[in-house]
Design a protein around this ligand. Structure first.
Ligand SMILES: Cc1ncc(COP(=O)(O)O)c(C=O)c1O
Length: 483
């Protein structure tokens, strides 16, 4: 039977059906979610939604038809340039951090193509904690990632970057801050290296650029410098759809000047259709995110953002202090923006994550790496000011629960882990089904608990994890009757 409805439904019927679907989702409005959604409260949401809906169908692909979108975009970009202290800086709005990063890498590649045609296998230098979007860019654009090490504070190591430069290097990247630990890489030092080698230097400030800028503007002590005031920085990505509280689908990619931005644009004269000049990857898109972002800025204003950033930093400090006061836990490094990760030397953070999910909290699990133990990650937004105390109380309780049951649980899960590892290491379709049944993810289900799944992922080699995830998501994104 076809899934496609033969006859259209009424507005009311559709609203009912779609709400029923939505009822299965996580309710992020409770201030208990620490990733994926930036909850700025109902009022800002309303303002953004109204502006977004006004431009839902308008298409910025042709700015001559919708000059208001061009105006709002260039205004947001100019305000971003002011925040980032780039006197000659220009930019474009993109659909998110990933698109901004893809374009920053594409810009460097096109620049190298013109200035260094002798480079046949371009390389970019990526400190260990850069966001996965850089690896995606390497995959899409056939660039070799050269990964460099970290200092003890989990920051990019400038000496390692210097050593990694070869005649094939086309760009250096760093984070302000890294998503993983919330610490800002030494931008000034890396900028000097980039400048000395005439290399583009991209600062990924996707998650932290807005908070850092307003902390500087609000004179918050110890705000690290990361923007165009550092020599050598040639581009910066900053996401308005994160701490800017704009709607999803809005980031800005800024270049130090117009000469750099030219390498970002794509002009097509080869095809026989309409003239196409695309500043960004997408062509047709909704004007909603541009209008929503512009409206968010008008609503909050400089004072609003300074206050929000201050509040978020205060909540983060409170949570850091509270976590460090729990005997079994500690925060990793010294977070400089409103995000953090914590771990334990004595209890299982895999189990702790499940114990927190039982209490309605959702944190993000980060696997162990060459530089860090498995840990739990939190992105702290406006809404968490109200819930931070309860979070710390529940966390302390969850730790006690894990302390009590960890001995019992380990004996039980060891056999499961061993079987699962053996199946994943030999992933035939039959073994994939068995693995799904064992871990509770068969038929596109999301496992009810994650401790064992995370423990297994942490045990397996990267290639096996990749392969298993690929199989799982290939299944997950298939219509349920066809799985
Ligand atoms: C530092 C950093 N860079 C890039 C990104 C990717 O942004 P997006 O999810 O908007 O594509 C993120 C997302 O959290 C991030 O934290």
């Amino acid at each position: 039977m076809s899934l496609f409805p033969k006859k259209g439904k009424s507005k009311e019927e559709i609203a009912q059906l779609i709400r029923a679907k939505k009822s299965t989702d996580y309710n992020w409005r409770n201030g208990k979610l620490f990733c994926s959604v930036y909850d700025g409260g109902d009022e800002i949401q309303e303002v953004v939604k109204d502006a977004y809906m006004l431009f839902l169908s308008e298409n910025p692909v042709d700015p001559t038809l919708f000059p208001s979108l061009r105006d709002m975009e260039t205004e947001v970009v100019q305000m971003s340039a002011e925040m980032l202290q780039g006197e000659e800086a220009v930019g474009t709005l993109t659909t998110g951090g990933t698109e901004s990063i893809l374009l920053a890498v594409k810009t460097a590649k096109n620049r190298a193509k013109l200035l260094h045609p002798e480079i046949t296998q371009p390389e970019i230098i990526l400190p260990y904690t850069v966001h996965s979007a850089f690896f995606k860019a390497c995959d899409y654009f056939d660039i070799k990632p050269i990964i460099t090490g970290l200092t003890e504070e989990y920051k990019a190591d400038p000496e390692a970057i210097q050593k990694a430069i070869t005649p094939n290097t086309i760009m250096i990247a760093a984070s302000a801050p890294s998503y993983v630990f919330g610490v800002v890489d030494p931008i000034a030092e890396i900028g000097k290296i980039a400048e000395a080698h005439d290399l583009p230097f991209h600062v990924d400030a996707c998650i932290g650029g807005i908070v850092l800028s307003f902390n500087r503007i609000g004179n918050l002590p110890e705000t690290p410098s990361f923007d165009f005031s550092n020599n050598g920085v040639t581009s910066i990505s900053m996401d308005w759809h994160k701490y800017g509280y704009a709607a999803k689908g809005c980031s800005v990619l800024m270049h130090v000047n117009r000469d750099y931005r030219k390498f970002q644009f794509f002009v097509c004269t080869e095809w026989t259709g309409y003239t196409l000049v695309n500043p960004t990857i997408l062509s047709t898109k909704s004007g909603g995110p541009i209008a929503g972002c512009w409206a968010a800025i008008q609503y909050l204003g400089m004072d609003g953002y300074v206050q929000l950033s201050k509040d978020q930093m205060a909540t983060t400090k409170k949570i850091i202090k509270g976590i460090n006061a729990i005997e079994d836990l500690y925060v990793m490094g010294k977070p400089e923006v409103s995000l953090l990760s914590f771990t334990s030397d004595s209890i299982s953070v895999y189990d702790l994550m499940d114990a927190m999910v039982d209490r309605g909290w959702f944190l993000q699990f980060q696997l162990s790496s060459d530089y860090s133990k498995a840990n739990l990650h939190m992105t702290i937004a406006k809404a968490h000011k109200e819930t931070a105390d309860q979070f710390l109380l529940d966390l302390a309780e969850a730790v006690k629960q894990v302390q009590k049951k960890s001995l019992l649980k380990k004996v039980g899960s060891k056999a499961t882990v061993k079987t699962a590892v053996a199946l994943a290491n030999n992933l035939s379709p039959d073994n994939f089904n068995k693995l799904g049944k064992l871990l509770g993810f068969s038929n596109g289900k999301v496992p009810e608990t994650f401790a064992t799944v995370n423990e297994i992922m942490d045990t397996l080699p990267d290639a096996t994890v990749k392969n298993t995830l690929l199989e799982y998501f290939n299944d997950f994104y298939t219509y349920k009757e066809k799985r």
